[in-house]
Design a protein around this ligand. Structure first.
Ligand SMILES: *Cc1c(COP(=O)(O)O)cnc(C)c1O
Length: 492
């Protein structure tokens, strides 16, 4: 029997405004021992805010309980497995939080003079070197704030490099399995996007690529392993086809959790890639950041890296702003420093063999789930799975149950849903990424829950279609919630 975890207290918590009753206060101050003055008189009327309509009046214990109860509604990695495919929601060792919170690092000011920031600069330089080593590339910028930002940074650099050669070109090629940020980044950088269909095996079709790469093509953006969790085994040939036509190869490296310590993009022909430090390298994510999307490049693109660059002069680090081919700054200061500290701590704690083990375990865990669920769910692509596995709801759809329903039912079993309906080339996709940090016991719990749901689909499809049943709120109208959000409370 698997443990049934109830991830949160089921309390229908009212809004803080609804706890309000006139005259209640959350604090006590001693009586004034000086004459009272009105705020307008003391601060000037222009500095005094008008009264806030319906401002809640509550006691301290009401505030504390309200927010503590709301916090129990969060599903988190501290509660259980978070199998969101493509997101690499792995457990982040607490020791890296401790390191990032060291006072001198946490309170370092970005405008601290260089001689007083040598330690922070050394951390950034070492992280750049470590990421270059892991990826097999020549140089790294840590500035971009997220994966998508890294993509844009890299495309701007490739554009600058091609322009310097004489022609920035017009098009970027993107496979149909790509993450949505890829075409968005290409478009923002001013490129038209051409889609390439994947082969039967779910990888790049070299024949199709050969035909579509013309003198107009600036680059191919490919995720590897791709969003089907399949390694692009033709990547070196693809690089050859592109390079022969003067085009570049960009790799979306968000899935580096399946490669590090095993294969290096720099060794298989990649010219530029981004990494997601908040996926692979131990920064908690979800809920909006902060993250970091460093970009690693080959020598040819190095002159175009964002400003400033770290430079070792005499016995200390300095920032170099004098680089005439740079695309300029892409973010304030040097990027999200706290995220970099966690990443370096994680990399140094693991070492090369440890990072390799991370990858091997991530791949093992995904394949354990694949084997466990293959009897119950359709596997649209048979190619070997790397760190994630993509099923479809084809069998369940015959009973009118779709991937979104199964995901909602999973909540009743105490799990965060997997990624629903992505990648788009799989109709009704269930995209599952366990990561290396899950134990066999937790993977077994997940497989049992998914198996139980598959049986429920046969015996009682309605039950699955109306899930979740154990939460404070069941289904919400997601379209209305996105299109017509109600953000302002009005008294009944
Ligand atoms: C997460 C992800 C991105 C985007 O990264 P952000 O940090 O969310 O901007 C891009 N590509 C793939 C394959 C991803 O999984």
């Amino acid at each position: 029997m698997i443990d049934r975890v109830r991830p949160h207290l089921v309390i229908n918590e009212r809004l803080i405004f609804e706890h309000s009753s006139p005259g209640k206060l959350g604090y006590q101050l001693p009586d004034l021992d000086v004459p009272a003055v009105e705020p307008e008189e003391a601060l000037g009327p222009e500095n005094v805010r008008a009264a806030i309509e319906h401002f809640p009046e509550v006691s301290e214990v009401e505030v504390v309980r309200h927010y503590a109860r709301l916090s129990t509604w969060n599903y988190s990695l501290n509660t259980g497995m978070y199998p969101l495919g493509s997101c690499t929601m792995k457990y982040n060792p607490r020791v890296n939080e401790l390191v990032a919170h060291i006072e001198e690092l946490a309170w370092a000011h970005p405008y601290q003079p260089e001689p007083l920031a040598q330690g922070a600069m050394e951390i950034m330089a070492r992280l750049e070197a470590a990421l270059a080593e892991i990826t097999g590339m020549d140089a790294v910028t840590l500035q971009p704030a997220a994966g998508a930002h890294g993509e844009l940074t890299a495309i701007l650099m490739m554009r600058a490099a091609l322009a310097k050669r004489g022609n920035p070109r017009k098009k970027i090629l993107i496979p149909d399995s790509a993450h949505g940020t890829n075409p968005a980044s290409a478009a923002i950088a001013g490129y038209a996007v051409d889609n390439i269909k994947s082969s039967e095996a779910g990888v790049l079709d070299l024949g199709a690529l050969e035909q579509i790469v013309t003198g107009d093509v600036a680059a191919l953006m490919v995720t590897n392993p791709n969003t089907l969790g399949v390694f692009e085994e033709n990547i070196m040939q693809a690089a050859g086809i592109l390079h022969a036509k003067g085009a570049l190869l960009y790799m979306d490296g968000a899935n580096m959790n399946a490669l590090m310590g095993i294969a290096r993009p720099g060794d298989f022909g990649v010219d530029a890639l981004h990494l997601n430090l908040h996926k692979t390298f131990s920064t908690p994510h979800g809920g909006g950041g902060p993250g970091a999307g460093p970009v690693a490049v080959k020598k040819e693109l190095e002159p175009f890296l964002p400003l400033p660059r770290l430079k070792r002069s005499a016995k200390r680090w300095a920032y170099d702003y004098k680089r005439k081919h740079s695309i300029g700054r892409v973010r304030a200061f040097y990027g999200n420093f706290g995220v970099m500290v966690r990443a370096l701590a994680y990399i140094l704690a693991h070492g090369g063999p440890g990072l390799r083990k991370v990858t091997l375990d991530a791949v093992l865990n995904a394949n354990y789930i694949r084997k466990g669920l293959e009897p119950y769910y359709e596997l649209p692509y048979q190619s070997p799975s790397m760190h994630e596995v993509v099923f479809s709801d084809q069998r369940q759809a015959q009973k009118g149950v779709h991937t979104g329903d199964i995901a909602k039912r999973l909540i009743d079993y105490g799990f965060h849903p997997y990624t629903v309906s992505f990648p788009l080339i799989v109709h009704g996709a269930l995209m599952i990424e366990p990561t290396e940090t899950e134990t066999k016991r937790e993977l077994d719990r997940f497989i049992e829950a998914m198996t139980a749901i598959a049986h429920e689909v046969e015996s009682d499809p309605q039950m699955v279609k109306t899930a979740p049943h154990g939460t404070g709120t069941s289904r919400v109208d997601e379209v209305a919630a996105a299109r017509k959000p109600v953000l302002r409370w009005k008294p009944a």
